[in-house]
Design a binder for this molecule. Structure first.
Ligand code: ATP
Ligand code: MG
Length: 252
């Protein structure tokens, strides 16, 4: 059974008296504990697809299931990480991290050890008492990632989480995410329009085409794990990125 499955999913928006088909007959399978990257140009429906899996929106047709259950609303088993970490400016790093756990009424004893572990895992040891405006963009995303993991989700949904970062910080965050995946083995759906990022991180890359958003191809990434950014210089990596590049170019 797939951890995440979309079957013949359509999403049609109505706005200003006209219909926009954001997703057209989308099929997608993500196996448990694997990392799927959704790659596509701006406006092809990537965020729409993620929002359907998150349960923020309902499909116009077709079925979205997570572990065999139809998605009807957001749930703690599916954590979402956006491009901006959206931290509360009046809360410290630590208080931001544990905020969702406290409002969920989780007893401190159930999350405190994991919170400490996550602070170390994401490289924020010593910054627990800092305020968000004292952090760089990469550090804010580290808090956002730790906050998502603290809820012990089975699925991590990430919508261009590194899209606003400079190239070097982005590489650091990609390496961090690789090590987080090794450690916690969540099922991840990761939205990006960066071919290198998709190939470096994912087990499967799902290429979407624009207007209306369709699934164009699925490429299995057979690069060995554990991975590091050293892969960016290897022949197999380059062969995969070339394959995906020509797929995308062929569609235009
Ligand atoms: N709430 C909405 N109402 C009307 N149209 C919408 C709505 N949300 C998205 N759309 C349309 O659906 C299409 C897909 O949008 P979506 O945000 O999913 O694209 P995307 O691939 O995430 O783009 P980007 O890479 O720029 O983030 C676009 O044409 C967009 O204008
Ligand atoms: Mg988007």
């Amino acid at each position: 059974m797939s951890a995440i499955a979309l079957r013949q999913v359509d999403k049609i928006y109505e706005g200003g008296g006209r219909l926009v088909t954001a997703l057209d007959h989308i099929d997608l399978d993500v196996a448990q504990g694997t990392f799927a990257a959704i790659l596509g140009p701006s406006g092809c429906g990537k965020s729409t697809l993620l929002n359907l899996v998150a349960g923020f929106e309902a499909p116009s047709a077709g079925a979205v299931t997570v572990f065999g259950q139809t998605v009807r609303k957001p749930g703690p088993q599916r954590a979402v990480v956006f491009q901006e970490a959206a931290l509360f400016p009046w809360l410290s790093v630590w208080d931001n991290l544990v905020f969702p756990a406290t409002i969920a009424g989780t007893p401190k004893a159930e999350y405190e050890d994991l919170a400490r572990e996550l602070i170390i895992t994401v490289g924020l040891a010593g910054f627990e008492k800092h305020w968000p405006d004292q952090l760089s963009g990469g550090m804010r995303q580290r808090v956002g990632l730790a906050r998502a993991l603290l809820m012990r989700p089975q699925v991590l949904l990430m919508d261009e989480p590194f899209g606003a970062l400079d190239a070097q910080t982005r590489l650091q965050m990609q390496e961090l995410l690789l090590s987080v995946w090794e450690r916690y083995r969540k099922t991840i759906v990761f939205i990006t329009h960066d071919i290198d990022e998709a190939v470096l991180l994912a087990d499967t890359v799902h290429v979407m085409s624009a207007r209306p958003g369709r699934m164009q191809a699925r490429i299995d990434i057979d690069l060995p794990r554990p991975r590091s950014i050293d892969l960016l210089m290897q022949d197999r990596f380059n062969a995969l990125r070339r394959e995906i590049f020509s797929l995308i170019r062929g569609a235009h």
